[in-house]
Ligand binder design. Structure first.
Ligand code: ADP
Length: 555
């Protein structure tokens, strides 16, 4: 704006200077020309008066006093009788000259002759003398263009001086006009006291300011509302534009992609994660299609859902919803593995039973060995029943919906009962069973607790040595009961300790099978503990023994 005002002012100055120059020159030239005409006419009248009095001799006397005027005396027939500047003999007849013609006719005549080559113009004034001859006085001046041309250097000096002055004044004026505009208080437009012409603009600005503030407030509220919703979502939410740059990302997504403290707004979404799953989701959504996929990130599994965002039938961006499904995925995986394992575990004893039975059927077993084979079939069938019982128990525990009846149980009494049941087995192996502690009571499912204690005691006997020792102790604490079972058996190597609670996991498969183990006992213990909100602690040293502690809240 400043430049524009300045330029306009300079342009006005230049135009004014040029016009003034032309106008002044014109006016000056005109008045000079009028003066010259008047001089010539006056001179002609003086000379004609002198001539009428003194005759031809007067012309001779005049010669030195005529100045720049040229005097010509012409006879009635147009012959030049006298000329103050030229030789009359060389001069043509003047009868046809307009001023002469006019003078002969009207007593006076005038004409102007322009010489384009010399850039001058000559004014002729003729008067009819008393004797019938004509006296003509003439004078030359520069033409208007020549006059202009002659005064050009001076005018240029004047113009440049005026121009410099104009530039300076234009700069000063521009600054004076623009400074108050530059210093306008735009926050509060109506507080400005400036040009009246700006008042409508300022009041409009004030109105718009109020409107913008209002809209901004509304926008902020909406953004906060959106943040509040998205940041409290468990799912990760990422909004991207059609160039796959992140517009918005919620807290869960930041956590999922592990980018705390990193500014990802306006960055490409693949900066979060370069997995093919994310690339496919982004590609599909920005291409206008919905997409679902599985994103694996370290030990986590996410379900990723991407949807395009349309505006006027054009894809403007996409929304990605990332849901942590590690638990379901793992549960599904365990279930799949479990089914495979169950089939395998069931097949082994059944194959043995079928094999033994076939041998007997084909008469390939001697009479005396039949009992031994029957015993084997019995043992395998027994193992099969135990296995199926364990599977049923575990399935029941798996079914979170099934509510097991809770009752007040004395852990000491229950443990005693189980120990008595297991005594024959312990005696067979020469293992001594001990029980000590308090009659701690908890609220729980008898069936589940029975299964848990039975499996723990059974393991402590199974994985023990000849003449080994198993001690069960029960501690009654304020809010909880602590059940501990300790043996001095074979122990569990460190690397297996974290896995023995998995289904069908055995440290030594053949040993487990020999002792009638199913690989499900500790799994049932783990699930039972979870059901009672209890926690398990395992301490074991190979060759020294194993200690398992279960802390059960009373309620
Ligand atoms: P299993 O039916 O094979 O006993 P469990 O789930 O009860 O299955 O136990 C898993 C594995 O943990 C066992 O195969 C065994 O190797 C190990 N284990 C469990 N209890 C003990 C223990 N008290 N001493 C040594 N090893 C044990």
């Amino acid at each position: 704006m400043k430049k524009r005002i300045y330029k306009s002012m300079v342009a006005i100055s230049i135009i004014t200077i040029v016009f003034s120059f032309i106008l002044i020159a014109g006016v000056m030239y005109h008045s000079q020309y009028i003066n010259m005409q008047q001089d010539v006419k006056d001179n002609a009248r003086y000379i004609s008066a002198g001539f009428n009095l003194s005759g031809e001799t007067y012309l001779g006397e005049l010669e030195d006093n005529i100045g720049t005027n040229r005097i010509t005396w012409i006879s009635k027939d147009g012959t030049v009788l006298y000329d103050s500047e030229a030789d009359v003999k060389t001069m043509e007849n003047h009868l046809n000259r307009p001023e002469i013609k006019e003078a002969l006719k009207n007593g006076q005549g005038e004409a102007v002759h322009l010489s384009s080559t010399l850039g001058t113009q000559t004014f002729y004034y003729a008067l009819l003398l008393d004797d019938g001859t004509v006296l003509r006085v003439s004078a030359s001046t520069n033409s208007v263009f020549k006059s202009l041309y002659n005064s050009l250097p001076l005018m240029l000096i004047v113009s440049v001086s005026i121009l410099i002055l104009s530039l300076f004044i234009a700069g000063w004026l521009t600054k004076k006009i623009v400074t108050p505009i530059n210093n306008l208080n735009l926050e509060n437009p109506l507080s400005n006291e400036i040009y009246d012409e700006l008042t409508p603009l300022l009041s409009r600005m004030s109105k718009q300011n109020i409107q913008i503030k209002h809209q901004f407030k509304e926008l902020n509220e909406k953004r906060e509302e959106f943040s509040a919703i998205t940041n409290n979502m468990k799912e990760g939410l990422v909004v991207i534009n059609n160039k796959a740059q992140i517009i918005s990302i919620n807290k869960s997504a930041i956590r999922i992609f592990n980018i705390e403290g990193i500014d990802t707004i306006n960055k490409h979404i693949l900066n979060l994660n370069r997995s093919a799953a994310l690339q496919d989701a982004v590609k599909a959504a920005t291409g206008g299609n919905s997409h679902e996929g599985i994103l694996k990130n370290k030990d986590k599994v996410y379900h990723i859902l991407s949807n395009p965002v349309y505006e006027n039938n054009v894809v403007r961006g996409a929304i990605l919803l990332i849901h942590d499904m590690t638990e379901q995925y793992m549960a599904e995986k365990i279930r799949r593995e479990f089914s495979a394992n169950v089939s395998h575990e069931l097949k082994t004893p059944l194959t043995s039973i079928s094999g033994y039975a076939e041998l007997i059927k084909n008469g390939m077993v001697k009479e005396k060995d039949i009992q031994l084979f029957a015993q084997r079939i019995y043992d395998e069938a027994d193992h099969l029943i135990t296995l199926i019982d364990d599977i049923i128990n575990l399935s029941r525990l798996d079914e979170k919906d099934i509510r097991h009846e809770k009752e007040n149980i004395d852990l000491m009494d229950l443990s005693n009962e189980i120990i008595n049941r297991l005594k024959p087995k312990a005696n067979k192996k020469g293992v001594n069973l001990f029980i000590k502690g308090d009659h701690a009571r908890i609220s729980g499912s008898r069936h589940i607790l029975e299964e848990m204690i039975y499996n723990l005691c059974d393991n402590a006997i199974k994985y023990n040595n000849e003449n080994g020792k198993v001690t069960v102790s029960i501690l009654d604490k304020a809010n909880m009961a602590v059940f501990t079972i300790e043996d001095n058996g074979i122990g569990i190597p460190k690397k297996h300790q974290s896995r023995i609670f998995e289904r069908f996991y055995r440290v030594d498969k053949s040993h487990s099978r020999e002792t009638g183990g199913t690989g499900l006992g500790l799994s049932i213990v783990k699930h039972g503990a979870e059901y009672h909100n209890a926690w398990i602690q395992l301490e074991s040293e190979p060759g020294i023994g194993t200690k398992i502690t279960i802390t059960i809240p009373k309620e």
